[in-house]
Design a protein around this ligand. Sequence first.
Ligand code: PLP
Length: 481
Amino acid sequence: MTRKTNYHMSAEEFRRFGKEVIDWIADYYEWVESKPVVPDVQPGGIRTMLPVDPPLTGEPFSEMLDDVDRVIMPGITHWQSPNFFAYFPSNTSFPSILGEIMAAGMGVQGMVWKTSPAATELETHVLDWMASLLGLPDKFLSNSEGGGVIQDTASSAVLCAMLAAREKATSGVSNRQGVSGSLVAYTSDQAHSSVQKAARIAGIGDANIRLVETDDGFAMRVDRLAELMAEDREKGLTPFFVSATVGTTSSMAIDPIPEIAKLCDGIWLHVDAAMAGTAAVCEDYRWINAGLDGAQSYCFNPHKWMFTNFDCNCFYVSDRHALIDALSILPEYLKTREHGSGAAIDYRDWQIPLGRRFRSLKLWFVLRHYGAEGLAHHVREHIRLAETFETWVREHPDFNLVVPRKLNTVCFAHSQGNSFTEQLLESVNQTGKLFASHTKLGEAFTIRMVVGARDTELRHVQNAWNLFVNKAGEQSRRTSK
Ligand code: PLP
């Protein structure tokens, strides 16, 4: 028997199956609307359809494609459905998908400038474009002391910010000798859990992060921040880091950044605008950037609301040296002639891992395909749809807004209270006709409707509202019997 010497897929097969895959994706966007948004499967159900043992010999690709339909699709939650209103959008678009495919095709690993100069330089350029599109302060541009970098997620961004702040506050001592217990970080009790996680990873610890109380609108209370900082200083502790949020996960609350920045003299202020940041592409929503002049770092996720597939976080710092000092270790095998010249950026020094994906390609495609005008159009449309939904809630006697709508997020509840609202959400989601998620705001069990999927139109939002109203009516009739 002659042995095969090459097990690769041929270019010819790749062309054929590649075209099938592209068709499959285009078809997906055509039929996804008609499917239940959340799959009806039990934990472990998908694995029972997979063979116990890995294949010994290669299988035909056509069988893999069949199995995607047979095994995988029944277990997919359809984030790209126009009826997906849960958590936050993680929308994507065809230009982004094409960029992702091309980046995978090049298989580039752009850890330092030399390992792919175009990957590095495109990233720098696209991040400058983005700063200009969103109206961010000039200090975040690459021709300043600061600059931007693409991280995988907002969670990594806040961790990098905290590490840079830690090193700056201790003049590098933490990196050399470990962290002392005197550094204190602050964020609000509505901030994303990634800030607390960053404090654990950075060695700050749960005991040294203060979750500042919020006001009636769930934004950070500046008076409490000032008091907590003063108390900590009195105890001999050192406030070193504040993470403020533009658009909290639960309710889209916007912390008062200008006032917070005033308290942050010598303290690193990070601003997390994970979802809301995209809104600044519309000049009329640029007010969300108020106070960024006083921030040392800022991030938002194009992978949430800017039609760019996961993962893609734009992270900006005003002092790149602080970041690099915190994260750079230069072993011999990574030394390049360009490294020390100052002319080339080695983005490995701006992030936690060494390796890095060529994410700027998809972002470049998105920005060039939509242009500022196209992005602003869709963002405005999502906000308009959320506003329409808000009006229906406001005008209905049985529903109430838990907080006034901000941007694309409506937080509402049924007037019959928490358990009624919880049951209502459950029964609406069980229909599969939409997917919305919940939070607790104060004591109120709250349904969150977040409008941001690529193809969501008025009819989807209207159907969603009708479903909530009808199901609430049925539930009321049942409970009053
Ligand atoms: N920050 C905020 C305000 C968020 O809403 C989220 C996600 O829900 C995150 C951070 C975390 O995002 P990522 O998954 O990019 O880490």
